[in-house]
Design a binder for this molecule. Structure first.
Ligand code: GTR
Length: 374
């Protein structure tokens, strides 16, 4: 196996906690992968509570095609997810858009929408590049977006609304490894996946989860935990997403925790300013996708996310794919802007400009999916 130079001194993907070395896909899957996942869960994103007494129901509450509002080529279904525990419940909705005349099940994208409703408008009165439904349909994919704010609030409120309200016993007494908001959003993305498994118009073996920035951190964390996800796409997810924390410029763990402590487990606090001693780093999050597909996009001017550190975690994660006889990233040198790397199972592009996700990025995600799925 070819190993990249370890410039940032990140912990090895292949050395288990007991010191043994992983040399096969089987050892990775059965031993090293679960221990890394557990570390990320306990130390960074937090553990979801026991959900065995939570009843989750899903229903299609509306279905519409054509008419004045919709593109005649698409069918729209509104799905409601209701989670009930004891006498408490909460609901969130998402809209699924499906090409009408595909004649066979189609692959699909799940968008984690962390921006206002206007940017993922279910009525499509405000087409947006952040969630270009029309282009996605045109290229033969289905898509669904949920709004993160409907699932768990994106501000500090003490964990008692949205998803969190199902678990009042955790509000006062929060264990250090209890879930943060990113874990709740990732849970919601997996519920969209549950729905896709029930819809005969969707090819559920080819589902991608996509998110930008905090949504990108969530997309990677969802894909790490939910092995039904065939492709995780991160746009500019930066710190605590696709960027190596050791030696990172721009946002640090200390800075992200000052502004958004509720995104993470309390345990993560102890790693602020101690990146060098962490038993994990973000290349491990990327590696959780192997042998499935993963894609990261960044922006040339996104210094806060730090493109160099984002690219470095893809490089460091690459050798895991070799255990499965696959190629990770096709080149370990950062390409110029607008030169996508699509050949390996880890895809990448850098687009000129500031922190954002637009048509250019979406078309590259779909090019990558076309190349590996069609
Ligand atoms: C920033 C945060 C980043 C990123 C971004 C976003 O303020 O520091 O980590 O998540 O928000 O979500 O747009």
């Amino acid at each position: 196996m070819r190993l990249p130079e370890n410039k940032r001194n990140v912990p090895s993907l292949f050395t288990c906690l007991d010191g043994t070395q992983v040399t096969t896909a089987k050892e990775w899957q059965e031993k090293r992968r679960p221990e890394i996942l557990e570390m990320l869960r306990r130390e960074e994103y937090g553990r979801l509570p026991d959900m065995s007494d939570v009843k989750v129901e899903m229903r299609v509450v509306a279905e519409r095609q054509g008419g004045p509002m919709l593109d005649p080529r698409e069918l729209r279904k509104t799905v409601e997810v209701e989670a009930v525990r004891k006498d408490r419940h909460f609901i969130f909705c998402f809209e699924v858009f499906i090409p009408r005349n595909a004649g066979k099940p189609v692959p699909a994208f799940i968008e984690i929408c962390n921006r206002g409703t206007m940017l993922c408008d279910p009525a499509r009165e405000h087409p947006s590049q952040f969630y270009p439904v029309e282009a996605i349909i045109e290229r033969g994919y289905a898509c669904a977006a949920f709004r993160t704010q409907e699932v768990a609030p994106d501000y500090e409120e003490g964990f008692h609304t949205g998803f969190h309200r199902l678990f009042p016993e955790y509000t006062q007494n929060r264990p250090d490894d209890a879930w943060g908001t990113i874990s709740a959003w990732a849970w919601a993305a997996s519920r969209v996946m549950d729905y896709f498994e029930t819809d005969p118009m969707i090819d559920d073996k080819h589902v991608a989860v996509v998110g930008h920035s905090r949504g990108g951190k969530t997309a990677l964390w969802c894909g790490a935990q939910d092995e039904r996800i065939a492709l995780a796409v991160s746009s500019c997810s930066g710190n605590s997403g696709d960027a190596i924390s050791r030696g990172k410029s721009g946002e640090s763990i200390r800075q992200i925790l000052t502004r958004f402590p509720f995104w993470f487990a309390k345990n993560y606090q102890k790693h602020a300013d101690h990146e060098e001693e962490m038993p994990f780093d973000q290349h491990m999050l990327v590696a959780m996708m192997a042998p499935r597909l993963v894609y990261s996009s960044t922006r040339s001017l996104d210094a806060w996310a730090d493109p160099e550190s984002e690219f470095e975690s893809l490089v460091q994660a690459s050798p895991v794919y070799e255990l499965f006889g696959k190629e990770g990233l096709e080149s370990w040198d950062m390409p110029y802007a607008e030169v996508p790397l699509h050949k390996g199972s880890i895809g990448f592009h850098k687009h000129s400009g500031e922190h954002d996700m637009e048509d250019y990025d979406w078309h590259r995600y779909m090019d990558f999916a076309d190349r590996h799925w069609k």
